[in-house]
Design a protein around this ligand. Structure first.
Ligand code: NAD
Length: 363
């Protein structure tokens, strides 16, 4: 099994560098324990990329990402760059990375830690045991379809157009990922579409059904997106893996993640090409940047996903999860997940505690 890996670190902006610093501690411990050589290269993206080179995704940074086995990203964006031309905004770096690395599948787990049950806005009995994986198609659909734009008509009024397009190969490959992911979980896939209204998602339903024939141990169900949005808050525990289009996935994965109550706890993986990209789902949180208050756990859990999906060390994901769980069980909290009777800690201390736990018990 391969033992040398290159990892590109892209801290980005705001709290990005703060949470990446903690994730690197975890990376080092796992590397040492498993005798892996993890070569890291840190490069600027987003606002930091723009400041360094005038472009949010500098060529050198893209090169480092492409040469790596996996990319670990913090977050990009901030008020300083909000008035830049759209093509130069920090967030453009994400689109550039996704398309250059051919990351067509976004995996977003929404899992609740028992110690944080009270953080959810839903009733305890609804979210207890919650463990969902949303697989979102990331490089197609209405966000990329042509024609698109706003045009002025002969009568002087304007018309806005976006186009929902999916080809059979695009649907096949994302369906395969969903079935593979489900194979390592509870073996249930729910495909979400709007096949009663949108022809493109009628094709989606047909192709997903066909791909399932190669995964006979996986149960497949279909649901319309409006019903799924409702079911997610009514009875989320009925779901295991949810696979859906780019826009539906964008919305449903945010809804699913919020069932757990804290944006600072949720990791994500974008896969499909040779290099996978791993990042917390939260943004750069300019309101708390530089104050040592950011919750690093989403980024630390993203390191777990990186070992599972890009570095062929699946077991590390659950080691890291267990270490996080055990620190939470001791009553330690960053401010975003703080509750009565708990001990409040900052970003660095939280990172140190998880690292200590991993050193002691994890591996
Ligand atoms: P955000 O996720 O940055 O912050 C939303 C709220 O959650 C804030 O109150 C913030 O303090 C809090 N929060 C977020 N992460 C946290 C953490 N780890 N610990 C504790 N609290 C945390 O979303 P926003 O405010 O809408 O966006 C801020 C900037 O981030 C914008 O420029 C936006 O474009 C960008 N953004 C980037 C990404 C990304 O890089 N993938 C994703 C979303 C938003």
């Amino acid at each position: 099994m391969k033992e040398n890996f290159k990892i590109a670190l892209l801290p980005g902006d705001g709290i990005g560098p703060e949470v990446i610093q903690e994730a690197v501690k975890i990376l080092k411990i796992v590397g040492k324990k498993l005798n892996l050589t993890l070569e890291t290269e840190q490069v600027p993206v987003g606002g930091a990329g723009y400041e360094a080179t005038g472009h949010p995704l500098p060529e050198e940074s893209l090169k480092a990402a492409k040469n790596a086995d996996a990319v670990l990203l913090g977050a990009v964006g901030g008020p300083k760059w909000e008035n830049l031309d759209f093509s130069l905004r920090p967030e453009r770096a994400l689109l550039g990375l996704r398309s250059s690395l051919q990351l067509y599948a976004n995996l977003r787990p929404a899992k609740i830690f028992p110690a944080l049950l009270e953080a959810s806005t839903l009733k305890r009995e609804v979210v207890e045991g919650l463990d969902i994986m949303v697989v979102r198609e990331l490089t197609g659909g209405i966000y990329f379809g042509e024609p698109r734009g706003v045009e002025t008509l002969a009568d002087g009024t304007r018309k806005g157009v976006n186009t929902l397009v999916y080809t059979e190969p695009e649907i096949e490959r994302i369906a395969k990922i969903a079935f593979q992911v489900a194979g390592k979980r509870d073996k249930k896939v729910l495909s979400v579409d709007k096949a009663n209204v949108l022809e493109a998602t009628g094709l989606w339903r047909e192709v997903v059904t066909r791909v399932q024939k190669d995964f006979s141990d996986i149960e497949l169900q279909h649901m319309y997106v409006d019903n799924c949005a409702m079911q997610l808050v009514r009875d989320p525990n009925q779901f295991d893996v949810i696979v859906t289009t780019n826009m539906f996935g964008d919305i449903l994965s945010d809804e699913a993640s919020m069932l757990t109550g804290s944006i600072g706890m949720l990791p994500s993986a974008s896969v499909g090409g040779e290099t996978g990209m791993y990042e917390p789902i939260h943004g750069s949180a300019p309101d708390i940047a530089g104050q040592g208050k950011a919750n690093p756990l989403a980024t630390i859990l993203s390191v777990g996903m990186m070992f599972k999906y890009s570095l062929n060390r699946e077991e590390v994901d659950s080691w890291i999860e267990k270490a996080v769980e055990s620190v939470l069980n001791k009553g330690v909290r960053t401010p975003d997940i703080m509750s009565k009777g708990m001990k409040e800690v900052g970003t660095t201390e939280m990172g140190d505690l998880v690292a200590e736990e991993l050193e002691k018990n994890g591996i």
